[in-house]
Design a protein around this ligand. Sequence first.
Ligand code: AMP
Ligand code: GLY
Length: 428
Amino acid sequence: MKILMVGGGGREHALAWKLNQSPQVQRIYVALGNGGTAKHKDFDNIALTDKVALREWAQAHAIDLTVVGPEAPLAAGVVDEFRNHGLRIFGPTQAAAQLESSKAFSKAFMLRHGIPTAEYQSFEDAALAHAYVDAQGAPIVVKADGLAAGKGVVVAMDIQEAHAAIDHMLAKDAGVQHNHGVARVVIEEFLEGEEASFMVVAQGLTAVTLATSQDHKRLLDADMGPNTGGMGAYSPAPVVTPEIHAKVMREVIHPTLKGMQQDGIPYTGFLYAGLMIDSAGKVKVLEFNCRMGDPETQPIMMRLKSDLLELLWAATDADTQQLENIELQWDRRCALGVVMAAANYPSTPEVGQEIHGLPSDSEEAMVFHAGTVFQDGKVLTSGGRVLCVTALGDTVKQAQHHAYALADKLHFKGMQMRRDIGFRAIRR
Ligand code: AMP
Ligand code: GLY
């Protein structure tokens, strides 16, 4: 089978790597791909991003299945475009992707269907937003309504910071893709607890759960510094005990799929619930994503033993029984991924540095590429998050040791990485 993978980050490299292990996969085309996918003998990068151009290309090249990695093409309606032309594609429609692309949509959805989440209000008017912050006090959380590439959330520890975030997010040039051209902010209650990433493969009312994971969003060790797209992750997340797991399915995943169905926008695709779990075991949804997490995908894919193609094929089959019959097998070991980021990430990452020391692929440790290009036989940096060094180990500590041993052999000028990925699990 020929597969088209839409995207070019570490998540897409990991998904393509895993799909390629399926005996049924002949060739994988990655749009746009990166240096890691460019170097791979079974992959071809293709230079298309527009949904119509992608659909025409998929038709012309008899692609059997398209898998979408990032949120932007989903929010732009790539799935609708493919489906309207009878092509098989895995991901949510544009309407369903609003669970991620609009915070106002997802908060109203959760309220309507009784899915636990932080108390909130949404505002278009800056004066009302400021007054609300004054009345609520800090800490408080300000979120832009629209895709903001991971920069749309400010956890304000004092009210000055919250006021500044409101002004910034409601400004025209804030770098947020406003929904329907309207700048809007969601202001919500600050939640305490431990975060976990909970992902499923969904089709209508059916969900197959993936292994749990935990991401590290802050740039620096001990969760200091600015928020990023994610500086590392590991799987499984011990905070998700079997009891919490059952509760998340009961209180979050099933009601969400049922709610989407009831609202006339049935959900197919990866569904990611970002959770906050408090010390009493109460679970609240911080956010939904309509895709896999990055870098969570990298450790999750290293642990998946089942055939990913079979899973995604079943989830795109007209016969919904196919997905219900799937039971996934996981490596009992832990996997841990460390992101190597460019100098000046997350603000204005430096690009064009040569990367030295890249190993070849292995089943036990992988260097997944993100912001890289392959040029004249060299791999150069081309984005903020450059690589995700991911390794297996019998314990989190061993996976961590294994990943850092490999990361320490890699080098590019100005690279940044955290040294404490997995610390919460190790502390337990
Ligand atoms: P989000 O994109 O909504 O997941 O937010 C990004 C990060 O901000 C989350 O991973 C949390 O670390 C933090 N965050 C978001 N909402 C809240 C909240 N209500 N309380 C505390 N932290 C939050
Ligand atoms: N790592 C968090 C995310 O992908 O949204």
